[in-house]
Design a protein. Sequence first.
Length: 208
Amino acid sequence: MSNIIHMDTDKVRETATLIIQGADQLERQVQTVSSAIMGIPWEGPIREQFVNETSALVRALLHMAEQGRILGSRLQREVDEWQTVDQQYANNYASIGTIVAGWWEGINSTWQDLRRWIELEKAKREFKEWWNGLTAEQRLDYLNQQHEKIAKKYGFPPIKVKVEDIKDPFGKDSQGYNSGTEIVIDSDNLNFDDPRELMDTIAHESRH
């Protein structure tokens, strides 16, 4: 391995500038997304959960942007001090590429997580809006279809899904049960529950 110490100061300074500019651009994009999230015309506990969890991702991306500026400034300082650099600093330069690559990889991963989460929450919101527009009969028909899909996937014969007004035991919510010949869903849950909870009930009772 060569012991020659060399730096193309112009290229390194250009790289440092690109990193800082990229960090600034990331921060602006994240702030735009954050403003869009806060401005969603949507009320309710699910929105609050969505805002809280996406805010955590936003904070992580803003932290990465700040780390990018710090890294870019570090490179600029190294260029400025290059004339007095010793072998220890030269060895540090060997790891700069890995540090920069890791920083960008972390940004891309977190950014993709944020995009996937936003798309998922949008899909959940659209599904709930669709569900709220269904009649009780249409909801029951949909639940039967979902049960049939589960039965086909796991290789057991489907049974009928029906609705009854199940009496809730004190302090509990009787969401439904599997009698062996049919799955019974509480009418209150069909009419008022989050549809995702009903899907969980169908999946749970289908496995019994």
